[in-house]
Design a protein around this ligand. Structure first.
Ligand code: SF4
Length: 337
């Protein structure tokens, strides 16, 4: 029986770089975007330098581009793959780095497949037992599961449970299209619809398409996808800060101090820093942080590594540098690019 208090990732097989022990992968839907130049991929995390003819991937870069029926007119950055509608894939020259997207009907037919990776797109309402069984016997299939229903979370959760009950190990990519009048609502729905699924160990990837007032925004979709994964602690791609809300006990200007620490450390990868206003409750509130910067008296700071005190009551003036030194000692420091 599953322990409800412990994190369990749904067991999945590895298909290409998706599923099993791989971090959840980020897909972007570029099927409606006009992509004609390499520079057009900047919004989804890939920077092209024409002088050196080289691509640079950022910490938050899409790994799979869903291009629909319009493949990229140039070679995709290395380490990425294009997902093409099945008919387009069939006639494309590169049938290895490009992979096909099947609808359910096509997938259940005897249509030719990719040797390594086949993406099957399915609305949750059409996920039948037959389909789950077919997927179970296919070591190349990845399910791109979508739902237009308002009850996105519960529908997805039910589908994941059905697959779990059948001991199916096909990786699942959640597809979600979110349109809302304001950015706040988009962020809220992305968090409530998807966050819980990843926290509960479901999901081997995410294809999020978000927009406000009718305009889809690829850069926002990408950023939000990585933020959902980071908040669910399933893929850390940037520094994370935990700060207390502040109260009468707070011993320093929390906003100013947080911005100062952020300005020195926001380029680090996967480091969690707690910034707490007092030593009475601070250490408890930052229980899962890697490092803690905690007010312990007027103009005094105590620094933590996890829950262990490393430097007690040091002057505020040198405390940020001392925090950086601790991170360096742990070999978790990198210089800013
Ligand atoms: S950590 Fe201390 S200062 Fe911050 S909110 Fe809690 S009690 Fe207040």
């Amino acid at each position: 029986m599953r322990n409800p208090y412990a994190y369990h990732r749904r067991p999945t097989r590895a298909v290409a770089s998706i599923g099993h022990d791989n971090v959840p992968r980020v897909f972007v839907n570029l099927s409606q975007s006009i992509i004609t130049r390499m520079e057009d991929l900047t919004s989804v995390g890939h920077d092209y330098d024409g002088a050196t003819d080289k691509w640079t991937m950022r910490d938050q870069s899409a790994e799979f581009f869903y291009m629909g029926g319009r493949p990229l007119p140039f070679m995709a950055p290395s380490g990425t793959r294009q997902v093409l509608d099945y008919d387009t894939w069939l006639t494309h020259d590169d049938k290895f780095y490009c992979v096909p997207l099947f609808d359910v009907e096509n997938y259940l037919s005897e249509a030719p497949r990719h040797n390594v990776l086949n993406v099957v797109r399915c609305d949750v309402s059409t996920l039948s037992e037959d389909l789950i069984q077919r997927l179970s016997g296919d070591s190349t299939a990845v399910l791109l599961l979508s739902s237009n229903a308002r009850s996105y979370y519960t529908n997805m959760r039910a589908a994941c449970d059905a697959m779990l009950m059948q001991a199916n190990t096909t990786p699942i990519i959640f597809e979600h299209v979110l349109q809302a009048p304001s950015l706040d609502e988009v962020v809220l729905f992305a968090a409530t619809d998807l966050g819980g699924l990843f926290v509960d160990g479901f999901g081997d990837g995410l294809m999020l398409s978000v927009g406000t007032q009718g305009n889809m925004d690829n850069a926002l979709s990408l950023r939000l996808a990585f933020n959902v994964l980071q908040a669910a602690r399933t893929r850390m791609s940037k520094t994370e800060y935990i700060s207390c809300p502040s109260c009468g006990r707070t011993l320093f200007d929390l906003q100013e101090t947080t911005s100062l620490i952020r300005s020195h450390t926001d380029h680090l990868k996967g480091v969690k820093i707690g910034i707490m206003g007092c030593i009475v409750n601070g250490p408890g509130e930052m229980a899962d942080a890697d490092y803690g910067y905690v007010g312990s008296g007027p103009e005094r700071i105590t620094l933590y590594r996890g829950q262990e005190i490393v430097q007690r009551n040091i002057p505020t003036a040198g405390a940020v540098d001392a925090l950086i030194d601790i991170i360096k000692t742990d070999a978790r420091w990198i210089e800013r690019a």
